[in-house]
Design a protein around this ligand. Sequence first.
Ligand SMILES: NC(=O)c1ccc[n+]([C@@H]2O[C@H](COP(=O)([O-])OP(=O)(O)OC[C@H]3O[C@@H](n4cnc5c(N)ncnc54)[C@H](OP(=O)(O)O)[C@@H]3O)[C@@H](O)[C@H]2O)c1
Length: 293
Amino acid sequence: MGLLRKIFIPFVGLVLAFCFYSAREDFKPEMLKGKRVIVTGASTGIGEQMAYHLARMGAHVLITARTEAKLQKVITRCLELGAASAQYVSGSMEDEAFAEHVVKEAELLLGGLDMLILNHVGNSYFNYFDGDVGHVQKLLKINFLSYVAMTVSALPRLKDSRGSIVVVSSMAGKVGFPFTAPYSATKFALDGFFSSLRQELIIQKVDVSITLCILGFVDTESAMKAASDVVLVSPAPKEECALEIIKGGALRQREIYYKYAATKIPLLIRDWAPELLDYLIRRSYNVENLKKN
Ligand SMILES: NC(=O)c1ccc[n+]([C@@H]2O[C@H](COP(=O)([O-])OP(=O)(O)OC[C@H]3O[C@@H](n4cnc5c(N)ncnc54)[C@H](OP(=O)(O)O)[C@@H]3O)[C@@H](O)[C@H]2O)c1
């Protein structure tokens, strides 16, 4: 019976997943043409790359982050790449009112909304948890509560357009990685909230999709600076990552895993042998290289 559960059921799951995968609609860049999209945290990193992809696809992009000068540069590039329109709103997601303001601006500037891409992330440290509860609270505001606030404000417009919410999360929001305790807490919170909300929207027959994006290590400047000396894993390219997130949102997928093998296989191991995964994770760090405070 134990053997049946361990081998047969996962095998049937894999076959069903394969059938489902082959029946999926293909992504076409035209799917984003003329769509009105908000991308948060788009002054740099994966968010910036998403803005460029959306621009090439002919979308209306509204980007946001704190640093106005960087946002202006991204907007200029988006217009060069062919965006239907490109605008920005600057401010901090630590302030709930700002999160709501961004959605109101989208209504005003774009006349509605088709896709909300929640991607921004507050600065944290990559090291042993230092006991600072205030930092955890601050990060929860930026990485989690502002995502909720933007979703609440955007839902009426997304219901009108049968739109999509895309939530950028991490492997650190699915399994316990060391040295990211506050960050990890915020990403687990996203999974809980948005997976529950997705169920409620389906029960209520509300046609707004929620795509949770589970990312591995990606070569953005901030991630490389924080972790490249310690993490013994090669980072994936941010440009490709950004495209996969947009594809997942456009195809209204439940979750996307990037890169697939590097993120999905550890999760399969977790379900069978969680202690083995914990052990493998601990082995993938060069702890000697952690920054000394
Ligand atoms: N890179 C990776 O290895 C990796 C792995 C897993 C998951 N992810 C996820 O992917 C997403 C993007 O990561 P990334 O590496 O591209 O990050 P990043 O390069 O550090 O960019 C973060 C963005 O968030 C903005 N931001 C920071 N604090 C903010 C605040 N208080 N209010 C508003 N905006 C703020 C930043 O702009 P300003 O500083 O101008 O405000 C920037 O545009 C995040 O959700 C992250 O958790 C990344």
